[in-house]
Design a protein. Structure first.
Length: 454
């Protein structure tokens, strides 16, 4: 896999990702998605939504608010527990996440669930130094809340304090009963949601891997624990199937890592992370957690509302259990882009290709007139193709350059209208990966392209 700096430079130059607020000197670790990045993001979200919500026989979707009643975060435990261990370098004053300082030096270690005293002792015993100044002079660890706080309304006091959500999941739990009743859903069923989440991360970084504002795609799947099905395995298998069949992930690009007892969140009996081999090291991509009935129980207790499900056959009241597959849109997008980026040595040239899966490539076809004389015919064809395809048009530079430009942004198929088109009513279609070309009748073009893009 290529070096991350090369990939970042490429994505910036091609209009996928820009430094946010660049004309004002930027804002640390904030990124804007350019025209092609925005397209790719939309497509990725649609792909997830289709797979996990629309085309799944059990599931439905939801779109809840970013700002919720603060009692939600009290009940979920976020106000008390959503913290990371912060450690300061006394010498250069930079701040670090203590667990990540250790894991960065020892990539095979996982210190999730360690107490602060254990982390402090390890950092001291192992001689871990500040990555910025190289000194070994740290403060004790203290807990740092990741919740972004703001005020709602015109008066700024404690009563108006609200939070930007740090996950989309709680918006689903608080709407469990509404959704179940309105749609007359029977267990088991899931509710999916895509939306922005905010975490005041201590050490954001690695490009779009860890940012303070990001999007999540989360599914909360509710079931009766007595139904005897292994829903955890079912959803873990589905996540793997999605990655491999929809996004072309190879088995050697990721590992499934099961959390050990110590690392498990207190409410979870089972969690596995799919970790991807990013160019900067292995990192969590997608978490699948068994949350038991923790969230519904907490919200039932705190809201004093009945959040049980009445089993229509047994008349028994059930507090549903939950499996949660959760992934970040940008993190998944980064993994796809790292997989796709290839620098290929040709006979007397090199080319950069993004071998993107068809369904997430910003454009799926590009149309070129070979020369000015074919411009009108090519433009007419382009306008027709726009009805069925995400097409782009390019008539600048020589044909070789135009192919390279489309390779660089991952367009799977290029169509050239040339001198012969008028005579044979056909065009040349060239494939991104094999670079092979085929002559196709315009009357067959629509079906041909649809077939190729399947
Ligand atoms: P990490 O250990 O990397 O901080 P986490 O275990 O806190 O992640 P979860 O709370 O399980 O993450 O969030 C679910 C998913 O949301 C993650 O697997 C990841 O894909 C994404 N995600 C979490 N935090 C961020 C972030 N700061 N930036 C981008 N994506 C994120």
């Amino acid at each position: 896999m290529e070096n991350i700096d090369k990939i970042i430079a490429h994505l910036k130059s091609q209009g996928f990702v820009f430094q946010s607020s660049e004309i004002y000197g930027g804002l640390a670790n904030s990124w804007d998605y350019g025209p092609l990045g925005a397209e790719m993001k939309q497509k990725l979200k649609t792909l997830w939504w289709n797979y996990f919500v629309r085309k799944n026989p059990y599931n439905i979707g939801l779109d809840s608010s970013i700002i919720l009643n603060p009692k939600v975060w009290e009940a979920s435990g976020h106000l008390n527990n959503f913290n990371d261990p912060l450690i300061d370098c006394k010498s250069c004053k930079t701040r670090w996440r203590a667990d990540k300082l250790i894991e960065e030096k020892h990539p095979d270690m996982n210190v999730g669930g360690w107490a602060n005293a254990e982390l402090e002792k390890f950092i001291a015993d192992d001689g871990i130094a500040c990555p910025t100044c190289g000194k070994q002079d740290f403060t004790p660890i203290r807990q740092f809340t990741l919740m972004f706080k703001t005020n709602q309304g015109v008066i700024e006091d404690d009563k108006s304090t609200v939070y930007l959500r740090p996950e989309t999941a709680q918006g689903i739990f608080i709407n469990f009963k509404n959704s179940q009743r309105a749609l007359r859903k029977k267990l088991p069923f899931g509710i999916g949601q895509i939306g922005k989440s905010f975490r005041n991360e201590i050490t954001p970084g690695n490009f779009i891997f860890r940012t303070r504002e990001f999007e999540q795609m989360e599914l909360e799947f509710f079931f009766d624990p007595k139904d005897g099905q292994d829903w955890f395995q079912y959803w873990l298998d589905n996540v793997v199937k999605f990655l491999e069949t929809k996004l072309n992930f190879t088995k050697d690009s990721y590992v499934i890592r099961k959390h050990d007892e110590q690392e498990l969140a207190h409410y979870s009996s089972q969690t596995s992370d799919i970790e991807f081999n990013f160019p900067f090291g292995r990192g969590e991509l997608w978490g699948v957690a068994h949350r038991g009935s923790f969230d519904l129980e907490q919200h039932q207790k705190n809201s004093k509302q009945d959040l049980t499900y009445l089993d229509p056959t047994t008349n028994e009241k059930i507090l549903a259990n939950v499996i949660e597959p959760s992934v970040g849109v940008e993190r998944l997008m980064l993994a796809i882009l790292c997989n796709a980026y290839v620098e290929e040595q040709l006979e007397n040239d090199t080319r950069i290709v993004l071998r993107l899966p068809n369904e997430v490539a910003p454009y799926n076809v590009a149309i070129f007139p070979l020369q000015k004389q074919q411009r009108d015919v090519a433009e007419k064809l382009y306008n027709e193709l726009l009805c069925d395809f995400d097409a782009t048009f390019d008539d600048t530079g020589n044909i070789g350059k135009r192919y390279r430009r489309q390779d660089a942004i991952g367009t799977p198929l290029c169509i050239t209208v040339d001198f012969d088109t008028e005579n044979d009513q056909a065009v040349t279609v060239r494939e991104r990966d094999s670079m092979q070309q085929e002559r196709v009748k315009i009357s067959d073009l629509n079906n041909y392209l649809k077939n190729k893009l399947k």
